[in-house]
Design a protein around this ligand. Structure first.
Ligand SMILES: [Zn+2]
Length: 256
């Protein structure tokens, strides 16, 4: 059973000790991964991880936490990286929860990268936290986007609005958390062909691994919970979400 983890950060220092072994395990267990950049350095590292690994793909982008660094020179460098084989622009968006960069800078970097994605005809990987209304407003104003709302959390109404805009929803560890009944209710109403699996490794480990480091081999735990929720067989759910990821990111897989 192949699985597709559409959001991981394997270049982060949490994987410094065992990265090579983990990558070998992912290949052996047929877990495909999109490694997502959060700034220029991690975007470069994502491309490097993807090189020679046909089961691993890179997304390049500047996260709202780093939006203060976004400038024309940074954009030029980002575009160069994206043209080196990235499959998506991400992760980009708005995060008013941590507030690590000013709201205006976040919005400007978000809009600029949405336009860059359109120009390069690439899908986007979107991050949103505590900024729902501003996020929807930017997306509506910037026109149709192809992409995924990563680490989806929210109610059914919000899910409907995202799906209505043509977006996919990235479902990860929080789906398994006992208190997230509202999230499970929302996800149950999303058309199955718009659902993607993800881990956000090293963050957001699913039950029963909370408090531990997450990694893409754990995406199976999310798949099991989602299959149960939707009344599907685990291998059917795995296959459906795998095909959804291949469709959105325009990739074909090879574990050999
Ligand atoms: Zn992330």
């Amino acid at each position: 059973m192949s699985l597709f983890d559409t959001h991981a950060h394997l270049d982060f220092p949490q994987f410094a000790e065992d990265r090579a072994a983990l990558l070998a395990e992912l290949k052996a267990r047929q877990v495909a991964v999109i490694n997502v950049g959060v700034d220029l350095a991690s975007s470069r590292a994502s491309l490097e991880l993807a090189r020679g690994r046909p089961y691993l793909f890179a997304a390049c982008g500047v996260h709202p936490h780093s939006a203060g660094d976004y400038c024309p020179e940074a954009e030029q460098e980002l575009e160069g990286l994206l043209r080196m084989g990235a499959v998506a622009v991400g992760e980009i968006g708005l995060d008013f929860y941590r507030g690590l960069s000013p709201k205006e800078a976040q919005e400007a970097a978000f809009r600029a990268q949405l336009r860059l994605a359109r120009r390069l005809d690439l899908p986007v990987i979107l991050h949103q936290r505590a900024a729902e209304e501003a996020f929807l407003k930017v997306l509506a104003e910037e026109g149709p986007v192809r992409g995924v709302a990563h680490a989806f959390s929210g109610d059914a109404a919000y899910a409907h609005r995202l799906v209505g805009m043509g977006l996919y929803l990235g479902i990860g560890g929080p789906l398994t958390y006992r208190r997230n009944e509202g999230l499970r209710r929302a996800v149950r109403q999303v058309p199955q062909e718009r659902l993607l699996l993800e881990t956000d490794s090293p963050f957001l480990p699913p039950e029963p691994l909370r408090g531990k480091r997450n990694d893409p081999t754990k995406v199976g735990l999310v798949a099991l919970r989602l299959a149960e929720l939707l009344g599907m067989k685990p291998d059917e759910l795995a296959e459906a979400t795998f095909q959804n990821a291949c469709r959105l990111f325009g990739v074909r897989l090879c574990f050999l």
